[in-house]
Design a protein around this ligand. Structure first.
Ligand SMILES: [Zn+2]
Ligand SMILES: [Zn+2]
Length: 213
């Protein structure tokens, strides 16, 4: 006959089973493995189960053996790149900034990258030109026949055009900026090195316009 404690333990295990969707090995042992294991370097990459499902659904009619292998997620380290496809591991990583632009941009970039995987899958180990005829054919099959060959975030070079150059008279380093700085700013590296981190007018940035007019 089970003791009251065992009975309670069984009940609790049952509840945990419901919560986690799979049996809990032991009440005293560690927790079950966390939902999708992160890949690559630390926390910068995070798989997205919903996007992955969508990608597999899109690929399934075209390449049923490729579809279940595909991994899709977000890479928070990306800056100006919209997305990458790593055909050797059937991975697609997207820039989280796409979500702030629109769902449409997320979908378009996903398809662009999936076309890279599909093209490579169809042509085995052959070395393909990144946006060559094989990729364009894959784009057509995925329903994006007019896809342009770029991996840049759409606002780079348009809204975010860098029009000003800041140059430090101390070290000569220069930085490109979208807007003209509204207050006086100085080179942090030089201020740290020569004035204990305080603002020092000797290292005040010289501002140059990059416009050609
Ligand atoms: Zn591409
Ligand atoms: Zn400097």
């Amino acid at each position: 006959m089970t003791s009251l404690v065992d009975h309670f333990k069984d009940q609790l295990t049952g509840q945990l089973k419901l919560l986690f969707g799979h049996p809990v090995a032991s009440m005293t042992g560690g927790l079950p493995p966390a939902f999708p294991k992160p890949l690559g370097n630390g926390n910068s990459k995070k798989r997205d189960p919903l996007l992955e499902e969508r990608a597999r659904g899109l690929l399934h009619p075209l390449a049923p053996r490729l579809a279940p292998l595909v991994v899709v997620g977000w890479n928070s380290r990306m800056r100006t790149t919209a997305g990458v496809a790593i055909a050797a591991r059937w991975e697609v990583w997207l820039n989280p900034a796409l979500r702030e632009i629109s769902e449409d941009e997320v979908g378009k970039t996903l398809l662009h990258e999936l076309a890279h995987l599909l093209a490579q899958h169809r042509h085995g180990r052959r070395r393909l030109s990144p946006h060559g005829m094989e990729w364009r054919e894959a784009c057509r099959d995925l329903g994006i026949p007019d896809e342009k060959r770029t991996h840049q975030l759409p606002f780079v070079g348009r809204r975010m055009k860098r029009r000003y150059q800041l140059r430090c008279p101390g070290c000569g380093e220069s930085h490109a900026r979208v807007r003209r700085p509204r207050r006086r700013i100085a080179c942090l590296a030089c201020c740290r090195a020569h004035s204990g981190g305080a603002y020092d007018d000797r290292f005040r940035f010289q501002i140059m316009s990059l416009e050609n007019s």
